[in-house]
Design a protein around this ligand. Structure first.
Ligand SMILES: [Fe+2]
Ligand SMILES: [Fe+2]
Length: 279
């Protein structure tokens, strides 16, 4: 099985991000994938989100297309009216389905005996850098010394971050439990970062303040305690990772913000489609 994974396309962030979609679609087609996975952060705007998925229509129907939502994808704004992030999470399932993508946050899938379980995940500040001695209340406000984590303005779950982190961890665990007896292995897909080893710290602020919003330790613990999980694919941090953590291959291959675009979008797109071949 050949799996291609990318994340953080952020179509509406810059012209470069918009232009790269057709190149990613070309790269997916050329790679002759069996499974194509986007680990979240496509667009906060539902029309742009839908249009982005539409760019992958021409790919061979034998290639299964999977995604999880990113935090930007569940942002609410004037373009989405009065719906909250819970509504948007469900809407993502419907929009994905219209474009032959399966939203793993809705349910797991089994393809050729390989199980794919997924969730957006969330953060519980377990990745905070305690060197800075920032009281928890600032993480809860997502605001410290003039620095703002923008989910405070646009992510509207109606529950605390810690409650949402536990909720999505439970969703992932329940998906694993529901399929583990019928699969040869499981690939976990999240948007938020499952391992602290994949969070970058600089021992300075505001960078390390934002690191607290990368994910939760609990996501990784679920991956490590389940022997069937061989890969954990994720996004959110706009940095590449392809590292083995206690037997689980952790992969992040994000497009990121292309406000200063690379010389060749075509080449960059091919670099950002990480290929995993499973015998
Ligand atoms: Fe992102
Ligand atoms: Fe993100």
């Amino acid at each position: 099985m050949r799996i291609g994974v990318t994340s953080d396309i952020h179509t509406d962030i810059s012209p470069g991000n918009s232009q790269i979609i057709k190149h990613i679609a070309e790269a997916v087609k050329e790679a002759e994938l069996d499974v194509f996975i986007i680990c979240g952060d496509i667009s906060a705007n539902v029309m742009v989100f839908s249009r982005t998925l539409g760019a992958f229509h021409h790919i061979d129907s034998d290639c299964k297309k999977l995604l999880v939502a990113g935090n930007h994808d569940i942002w609410t704004s004037q373009t989405t009216g009065k719906i909250d992030s819970n509504d948007k999470y469900k809407l993502i399932t419907a929009i994905a389905s219209e474009h032959d993508f399966h939203h793993l946050g809705d349910s797991p899938v089994i393809i050729d005996k390989i199980g794919f379980c997924g969730t957006i995940g969330w953060y519980d500040y377990s990745y905070r850098n305690d060197k800075h001695n920032i009281p928890i209340k600032y993480y809860m406000k997502k605001f410290f010394q003039g620095s703002v984590w923008n989910d405070v303005n646009y992510a509207k779950w109606g529950k605390s971050d810690i409650e949402m982190a536990r909720y999505f961890e439970n969703e992932l665990q329940n998906q694993i439990n529901s399929i583990k007896n019928g699969v040869s292995r499981i690939i976990a897909v999240t948007h938020h970062v499952p391992f602290k080893e994949c969070v970058k710290y600089k021992d300075k602020l505001p960078w390390d303040f934002f690191s607290a919003f990368m994910g939760s330790v609990g996501l990784g613990e679920i991956c490590l305690k389940e022997p069937l999980i061989t890969h954990a694919l994720f996004g959110h941090t706009h940095a590449n990772f392809n590292v083995n953590i206690k037997g689980v291959q952790a992969v992040c291959s994000p497009v990121g913000y292309l406000t200063d675009p690379p010389k060749s979008l075509s080449q960059y797109a091919r670099q950002k489609l990480h290929i995993i071949d499973i015998a």
